[in-house]
Design a protein around this ligand. Structure first.
Ligand SMILES: [Mg+2]
Length: 359
């Protein structure tokens, strides 16, 4: 399916939780951050679920098994069953099972989540390159993962054993900042082995396939905070998406997004799952309007002519909605001007004028 380059956010007259049957929710930066629930996540998800939307949680983190993730979510007040959690460990285990002999031995370089996923597919995890594995499976092993495990992977991969990685995220958020993720660990093995892994996680098709197989979603909506995993994965799967600003993506990165990183909808947080979305309209003079907001590109600079947080009627909620209209017109002006390569002009003034609207 070819798709025109997205130059503006999309419209939905009805609230999103009524239009889409399943929300495929990223976890870090969307539902929780540093172990705590993100603001408005618990209430918004409860409302969506009561209205009949199926909620599924899709994570590139292969460390914890679904039961541990579901227990953490339930503790935070987001009730989840084990089957509602889909991990990149499950996606990579299916990929290995599809390509390797039934019951194959797999050198496990990762944690309990990956071990359980391999066993679920009838594969046999082994510890040593000397165990004659048919494949190497690598997933995030946690901050105390022993360096010697990477050597083990290196021996096997250099000897020609097919190498699979759950995901390639270079970093992982921790309570204290940004830490090396599985993608960084993959680089360690790559340097030692000269090999090249097959990767399963977002934004790649094996993860999307795993998610659709496990949820049975007919009309899914991807909800995420990262452009290069969540939103790009939605594009690759031909699925609509909602970007929330509670995680790693800020307004500047969204405005500069290349086409495959542009979401269908934008939101401050998960409250925007419960409302309709208005699309910006192009005016004849090159400006874009939405609600009370208006933006254009003038002499290469993105300009918010009307709207933004400061233009609300004083109420905090009103400010937030005004901010969203401002964000929509800025995205449309920047994306349409930036085309395939993304917008490269000045944006600082527009981002400041937009404000944060109590987001
Ligand atoms: Mg995230």
């Amino acid at each position: 399916m070819t798709e025109d380059v997205r130059t503006a956010t999309g419209a939905s007259k009805e609230r999103l939780d009524a239009v889409y049957d399943t929300a495929l929710l990223d976890l870090d930066g969307v539902v929780y951050a540093g172990g705590e629930a993100v603001a408005h996540a618990v209430d918004s998800l409860a409302t969506a679920r009561e209205g009949g939307m199926h909620l599924a949680y899709v994570t590139n983190n292969a460390l914890r098994p679904p039961s541990a993730v579901a227990a953490h979510l339930s503790e935070l007040g987001v009730p989840a069953d084990d089957a509602d959690v889909i991990t990149s460990a499950q996606a990579v285990a299916r990929l290995i099972a599809d390509e390797q002999p039934k019951g194959a031995r797999v050198l496990l370089i990762g944690g309990e989540g990956l071990r359980q996923a391999l066993v679920e597919r009838g594969l046999v995890p082994v510890d040593s390159a000397d165990d004659e594995p048919a494949a190497v499976a690598q997933g995030y092993g946690g901050p105390d993962f022993p360096w010697s495990r990477f050597a083990e992977a290196g021996y096997a991969v250099r000897a020609g054993v097919p190498w699979y990685a759950s995901n390639a995220d270079l970093t992982i958020p921790s309570g204290r900042g940004i830490a090396p993720g599985n993608g960084a660990a993959v680089e360690v093995v790559r340097i030692a082995s000269g090999g090249e892994p097959k990767v399963a996680g977002k934004p790649l098709p094996p993860m999307h396939r795993e998610t659709i197989l496990r949820t049975g979603a007919k009309r899914p909506l991807v909800v995420g905070d990262r452009l290069d995993t969540d939103i790009e994965g939605a594009h690759a799967g031909g699925v609509d998406s909602l970007l929330v600003l509670t995680g790693v993506t800020d307004v500047a990165a969204l405005l500069r997004a290349v086409p495959e990183h542009r979401p269908t909808y934008v939101g401050r947080d998960l409250r925007e799952l419960l409302v309709g979305h208005e699309a910006p309209r192009a005016e004849g003079d090159g400006a874009w309007v939405c609600g009370g907001a208006r933006a254009c590109v003038r002499d290469g600079e993105l300009v918010l002519e009307q709207g933004g947080a400061g233009s609300g009627q004083g109420a905090r909620e009103g400010d937030g909605v005004a901010m969203l209209d401002g964000l929509r017109v800025l995205c449309a002006a920047a994306w349409s001007e930036g085309g395939e390569r993304g917008f490269g002009g000045e944006i600082a003034g527009a981002v400041e004028a937009l404000g944060t609207g109590g987001a």
